[in-house]
Design a protein. Structure first.
Lengths: 111, 638
C-alpha cells in the first residue's frame, strides 16, 4: 500500500466527520463526528511517520526519524480523552436543563 | 503719593465685585451708595494725584511684570503724567455726577437690576481708568476691551428688548473691527521696537531712523482702532444705535468718556503721528468728513437722543481734525469741554424723557415732535440745557467757543479750506442744536393733555448734577483762553506742554496773525448767531402738521442710507455666501459624507447581523467554508 491510500482514507474520514458535524443535530452524534476527524488526523500522522522512518532507515539503520509523528498521536489521544470527558459532562448538563440533546435548541447563546 | 495710583482703578473694581456678586441680596440704596461712593473716592484720589502732578511729580509706576517672553517684557505699570491725570479727572468727576444722576433716573428698576446697573457702571469706570493709566499699549488695550464690553452690556441693559440687543451687538462688532486694527498695530510695534512702553516706543521712534512707511502703517492701524472706539467714518454707525441704553449711560460712555478713548490714544501717540505726516493728514480728513456728515444727519433727526448722538459723532470729528492738524492741546481741550456740555445735554435729555409720562402700551417718549413747551414745567432742566446748547454752538464766553475755535484756528494755519469746511460744520451744529432746543422747550406742548398734566421737574438728585455740569460748561473754557484775549493765559497748553513737546519740536505750530484771528472769530460768532436765530424762529412754533420730508431732507433723515449701504455691500454678500455654504456645501456636501458613512455602517451591520443567528451549525459551516477558501487561495498562490 502506498502513502496515497492512507491519505485518501484519512481525507475520506475527515470529510465524513465534517459532514457529520454540519448536518447532524444530535449532540452525541456531532461529538462522534468530531472524534472521527481527530482519528483521521491520527491516521495521517502515523502514516507519514512510518513513511519517513522507512525512507531514513535505508541510509541509517539506527535512525529515529518520524518518531515525533507517533508521539503526536499519543498527545492527541490524551487531549481527545480529556475533551470527551468535558464534552460529555456538558451534554449531560444540557440534557438536564432542556431534556434534549438537540443543539438547535441552543441558538440563543445565553441563558 | 504716586505709589498709590493703583487704588484709583482698584476701588471701582471692588465696587463692581460687591454690586455684581451680591446684586440679589443688597438693597437699592446700598447699591447706589456703593456705586457712587467708589467713584467719589477715585475722584478724590485723582484730585490729590492731579495736585501732585502739577508739582512736577510725574513718572511711571511699575507694579509687576505682566508678560515676560524671551526679550519681550510688558510690565503692568501706570503712567502718571499731565495727560492721564486730566483724563482721570474727567472720568471720575463727570462719572461721579452721572452716578448720582443714575440713582434717581434708574429708581424704577427692581433691586437686582439696579445693582447690576451700578456694577456695570463701576466696571466701566475701572476699565476706562485702566485705559488712560496704562503705561504701555497692552495695558491700554486691556482697558480698551473692557470699555467695549461694558458699552455692550449697558447698551443691552434692557435685554428683553430685541432691538436693544441688536444695537448692543452692533456696537460690539463695530468696536471689534477697530480693536483688530489696534491689536495688529501693537504686534507690529513689538516687531519693530521690541517694546510697547510709551516711553521706549516714543524714544526709539524719534531717535533711531525708523522707516516712515512702517510708522505710517502702525499709525493707520491705530487710527482704525480709534475710528471704532470714537465713532468716526467708517465705523461710526454704532453710536447712534447705542442710544438704546439708559440715558445716563449715553452721557457717561457715549459722550463724555469712552468715545474719547480714541482721541486719548492718538494724543498719547502724538509723536508717532507727527513723524508720519500721511497718517496725520488722514486723521484730519476722517475727522472733518465725519464732523460734516454727522452734522448734516443731525439736522433731520427727530429722536432727542439721536440728535445728541450725531452731535457727539460730529464733535468727535472736530477733535480728530484737531489731532490731524497737530493741535493736540486743542483736541484735549475740546475733549474736556465736550465732556461737560455733552454730558449735560444727555442728562438734560434724560431729565426730559423722565418727565414725560409713558403712554400706555408705548415706550419712553423720545420724539421731539411730540414735545414742546417744556420750559414752563422744567425750569432747571431748561436753563441748563440752554447753557449747554450755547456752549456747543460756540457762543462766547461759553466753553465750546474756546475749544472749537482753537481747533478751527489751528486748521486755518494748516489750510484755510479745512477751516471753512469746519466752520460750515459748526454752523450746522448751532442750527440743529437750537432746532432741538426750540422743539423741546419752546412753543406749546404737543403731547396728550393727560401727559401734560403729569409733567414735572426732575428730583434734586438729577438736577444737582445738571447744575454742576452747567457751571462747568460755562466756565470750562477759561482753562485754555486763547493768546489773543490775554497773553500767556492758556493754562492747559502750559500744563500739557511736556506731553506734546516732542511733536512741537518736529513740527511747530504755525502762528496765525492776531488780526486774521480776530476777523475769523468775529465772522464765526456772527454766522453762528444768525443760525441760532434762524433755527429758533423756524422751529419755535413747530406743529405736527408739517409735511413729510422729501428729497434731500429724506436723504438726511435716513442718515445718508449708510446703514443700508453697509447692509448691501457687506451684510448681503456675506449672507449670500453663508446661505450658499449652508445649503449646498454643508447640507449636501459635508452632511452627505457624514450621514452617508453612518447610513452605510448602519445598513451593512443590519445585513451582517443576519449571519449571527445563534445556530452553531451555521457557524461551523462558515468556518469550514472560510478554511476551504483560504486553502484554495493557498493552492493558487503557489
Amino acid at each position: 500500500m502506498t502513502i496515497n491510500h492512507y491519505i485518501f482514507l484519512s481525507v475520506a474520514l475527515f470529510c465524513i466527520g465534517i459532514v457529520g458535524v454540519l448536518t447532524r443535530r444530535n449532540a452525541i452524534v456531532i461529538f462522534m463526528s468530531v472524534e472521527l476527524m481527530l482519528n483521521a488526523v491520527n491516521i495521517l500522522l502515523v502514516a507519514f511517520s512510518k513513511m519517513h522512518y522507512l525512507a531514513a532507515k535505508i541510509i541509517n539503520p539506527a535512525t529515529q526519524a518520524g518518531i515525533e509523528g507517533q508521539l503526536f498521536v499519543f498527545f492527541i489521544m490524551v487531549v481527545a480523552a480529556a475533551e470527551v470527558s468535558v464534552g460529555l459532562a456538558i451534554i449531560v448538563m444540557m440534557y438536564r436543563n432542556i431534556h434534549s440533546v438537540d443543539v438547535n435548541f441552543l441558538n440563543r447563546l445565553k441563558h | 503719593m504716586n505709589k498709590f495710583v493703583f487704588l484709583i482703578p482698584l476701588i471701582p473694581l471692588i465696587g463692581f465685585l460687591i454690586n455684581g456678586l451680591g446684586r440679589s441680596v443688597i438693597s437699592k440704596s446700598f447699591a447706589g451708595i456703593l456705586g457712587c461712593g467708589t467713584v467719589l473716592v477715585s475722584f478724590i484720589l485723582s484730585i490729590i494725584l492731579f495736585l501732585n502732578v502739577r508739582n512736577g511729580h510725574t513718572g511711571v509706576e511699575y507694579l509687576y511684570n505682566f508678560i515676560s517672553f524671551e526679550s519681550l517684557h510688558i510690565p503692568f505699570a501706570f503712567q502718571v503724567d499731565q495727560l492721564s491725570v486730566i483724563f482721570l479727572l474727567i472720568i471720575t468727576g463727570v462719572g461721579f455726577l452721572i452716578h448720582i444722576y443714575s440713582t434717581a433716573y434708574m429708581h424704577g428698576e427692581n433691586p437686582a437690576a439696579y445693582a447690576r446697573y451700578f456694577a456695570y457702571l463701576n466696571l466701566f469706570v475701572f476699565s476706562m481708568l485702566l485705559l488712560v493709566l496704562g503705561a504701555n499699549y497692552v495695558i491700554m488695550f486691556l482697558g480698551w476691551e473692557g470699555v467695549g464690553l461694558c458699552s455692550y452690556l449697558l447698551i443691552g441693559y434692557w435685554f428683553r428688548n430685541t432691538e436693544y440687543n441688536n444695537a448692543a451687538k452692533k456696537a460690539f462688532v463695530m468696536n471689534r473691527i477697530g480693536d483688530f486694527g489696534f491689536l495688529l498695530a501693537v504686534f507690529w510695534m513689538i516687531r519693530v521696537f521690541g517694546t510697547t512702553d510709551y516711553v521706549d516706543v516714543f524714544a526709539k521712534a524719534s531717535s533711531a531712523p525708523v522707516n516712515v512707511t512702517v510708522l505710517t502703517g502702525i499709525t493707520l492701524l491705530l487710527l482704525l482702532g480709534a475710528t471704532g472706539k470714537s465713532a468716526q467714518i467708517p465705523l461710526y454707525t454704532w453710536l447712534p444705535d447705542a442710544m438704546a441704553g439708559p440715558t445716563p449711560v449715553s452721557a457717561l460712555i457715549h459722550a463724555a468718556t469712552m468715545v474719547t478713548a480714541g482721541i486719548y490714544m492718538i494724543a498719547r501717540s502724538n509723536i508717532l503721528y507727527t513723524l508720519a505726516p500721511t497718517s496725520q493728514a488722514i486723521v484730519a480728513v476722517v475727522g472733518l468728513a465725519t464732523a460734516i456728515l454727522a452734522a448734516t444727519i443731525a439736522l433731520k433727526q427727530n429722536d432727542i437722543k439721536k440728535v445728541l448722538a450725531y452731535s457727539t459723532v460730529s464733535q468727535l470729528g472736530y477733535m480728530f481734525l484737531g489731532l490731524g492738524v497737530g493741535a493736540y492741546t486743542a483736541s484735549v481741550f475740546h475733549v474736556i469741554t465736550h465732556a461737560f456740555f455733552k454730558a449735560l445735554l444727555f442728562l438734560g435729555a434724560g431729565s426730559v424723557i423722565h418727565a414725560i409720562p409713558v403712554i400706555l402700551g408705548g415706550g419712553q417718549e423720545q420724539d421731539i415732535r411730540t414735545m414742546g413747551g417744556l420750559k414752563k414745567y422744567m425750569p432747571v432742566t431748561h436753563i441748563t440745557f440752554l447753557l449747554a446748547c450755547l456752549a456747543i454752538a460756540g457762543i462766547p464766553p461759553f466753553s465750546g467757543f474756546f475749544s472749537k475755535d482753537e481747533i478751527l484756528i489751528s486748521a486755518y494755519s494748516r489750510s484755510p479750506i479745512l477751516y471753512w469746511i469746519g466752520l460750515g460744520g459748526s454752523l450746522l451744529t448751532a442750527f440743529y442744536m437750537f432746532r432741538l432746543y426750540a422743539m423741546t422747550f419752546l412753543g406749546r406742548y404737543r403731547g396728550t393733555a393727560e401727559q401734560e398734566h403729569h409733567l414735572h421737574e426732575s428730583p434734586p438728585a438729577m438736577t444737582m448734577p445738571l447744575v454742576i455740569l452747567a457751571i462747568l460748561a460755562v466756565i470750562g473754557g477759561f482753562l485754555g483762553l486763547p493768546e489773543i484775549f490775554a497773553p500767556d493765559s492758556n493754562w492747559l497748553e502750559h500744563f500739557l506742554a511736556p506731553i506734546f513737546a516732542g511733536s512741537e519740536k518736529i513740527s511747530p505750530a504755525i502762528p496765525v496773525a492776531h488780526n486774521t484771528e480776530y476777523i475769523l472769530l468775529a465772522v464765526t460768532v456772527v454766522l453762528v448767531v444768525i443760525c441760532i436765530v434762524w433755527a429758533i424762529g423756524r422751529f419755535r412754533n413747530y406743529s405736527l402738521k408739517e409735511l413729510e420730508e422729501k428729497g434731500l431732507g429724506k436723504f438726511l433723515q435716513n442718515k445718508w442710507y449708510v446703514d443700508e449701504l453697509y447692509d448691501a455691500i457687506i451684510n448681503r454678500p456675506l449672507r449670500a455666501i453663508s446661505g450658499f455654504l449652508n445649503s449646498i456645501v454643508e447640507r449636501s456636501g459635508i452632511d452627505g459624507i457624514v450621514n452617508g458613512v453612518g447610513r452605510f455602517v448602519n445598513y451593512s451591520s443590519r445585513q451582517l447581523r443576519l449571519i449571527q443567528n445563534g445556530q452553531v451549525g451555521a457557524y461551523i459551516l462558515m468556518m469550514v467554508v472560510a478554511v476551504l477558501f483560504f486553502f484554495i487561495i493557498q493552492l493558487f498562490l503557489k
